[in-house]
Each structure stands twice: as C-alpha cells, then as structure tokens.
Design a protein around this ligand. Structure first.
Ligand code: S3P
Length: 179
C-alpha cells in the first residue's frame, strides 16, 4: 500500500477533481504542483510563463516535484507537462504509486475548451489551438505517461466514484481509510 499517490496525464483528464476526492476518501493531503508553483511567485501559470517563459516554469516544476516524494499521506495532482522531467520520475516510480488518467481526445478537447481555469492556467504550448495542440503534444507524451505509470484509468469512461474504487483496489486500500 502506497501512501504517496501521483496523478499524471494530459490537461483536462480530471487530476484535480479526482485527486481532491481521493485524498478526502483516504484521509490524505491533496497537493497540486501547479498551485505550489503559482504560490511561489503569487501568479497564475499564464502570467508566470509570459514573464519567465516555459523554461523557467519547468525549472520550478522540477523543483516542486523533487520535494514532493517525501510527502507521506498525500495525493498529488501534477501538471500535464510534469512528465517531461524524466529523471525525477524514475526515482518517484520506486517510492510512490503513479496513476495515469486518460480520456479520448475529443473528450479532452471539449473539457479543456470549456474549463474556466484554462485561460489562467493553460497557456498555449505550441501556439496552436487547443484541439490541434492536443493531437501533437499528447502523441509525444503518451509513451512517457505509459512507461511512468503503474496503471491507467480512463476518466471519460468511468465516473469519479468508480475511479476511486478502482484505485483503492489497485493500491490495496481495504477500506475508505488509510491503514
Ligand atoms: C501544462 C499543463 C498544465 C500546467 C501548464 C503546463 C502542460 O496543468 O501545468 O499549463 O504542459 O500540459 P494541467 O495538466 O493541470 O492543466
């Protein structure tokens, strides 16, 4: 049974929604790498990237991730691009449970475009529109999510409650509480 759980996956897969509910169920702390990054500078991702560029954002993301492996009793939602820090995931994979959340591309496209936090938290990665960008970026990242995760859940086909049940079974949590 792991007591550090990372949720990985592309934008819009439901890492924050599921993560908060899962943390509540387990009596764990919920953490979100984007929130931690923003708190460090007091600015949303879009402003941060506008001022410092993606390179600076990724550097901060890497620092935040490296600090999180020791946060026992936590569910951690990570930004979609956090998977790019490959070296760190090799270590995290040995110490924590890593769950890849996925959904079909048309579902993601619709969710991202319709999510009120997209404007502040998801500046364009490529200069393309949401759906075209998703095709390009997700194609490159999918193998990384796959090799890093212990198992995956399709949030387009499973509701939050069923996803939580599946995770509890996969991670051998016998009841709703941390053992
Ligand atoms: C990013 C995803 C975002 C946020 C930033 C970069 C990415 O997080 O970290 O905009 O590279 O895919 P969410 O996956 O929570 O939207």
């Amino acid at each position: 049974m792991n007591d550090v759980i990372f949720l990985i996956g592309y934008r819009g897969v439901g890492k924050t929604t599921l993560g908060q509910r899962l943390a509540d169920r387990l009596g764990f702390t919920f953490l979100d790498t984007d929130q931690l990054i923003c708190e460090r500078k007091g600015k949303p991702v879009r402003e941060r990237v506008k001022e410092g560029g993606w390179k600076e954002f990724r550097r901060c993301e890497e620092d935040v991730l490296a600090e999180l492996s020791s946060k026992a009793g936590s569910v951690i939602a990570t930004g979609g691009g956090a998977i790019l820090h490959r070296q760190i995931w090799r270590k995290l994979r040995e110490e924590a449970a890593i769950i890849w959340l996925t959904a079909d591309r048309d579902v993601l496209c619709e969710r991202i475009a319709g999510d009120s936090s997209t404007n502040a938290m998801r500046p364009s990665l490529t200069g393309k529109g949401v759906c075209e960008e998703l095709e390009d970026v997700l194609t490159k990242r999918e193998p990384l999510y796959g090799e890093t995760s212990h198992f995956k859940i399709d949030t387009g086909k499973m509701n939050v409650e069923d996803a939580i049940k599946r995770i509890m079974v996969e991670l051998s949590f016998p009841s709703g509480k941390k053992e």
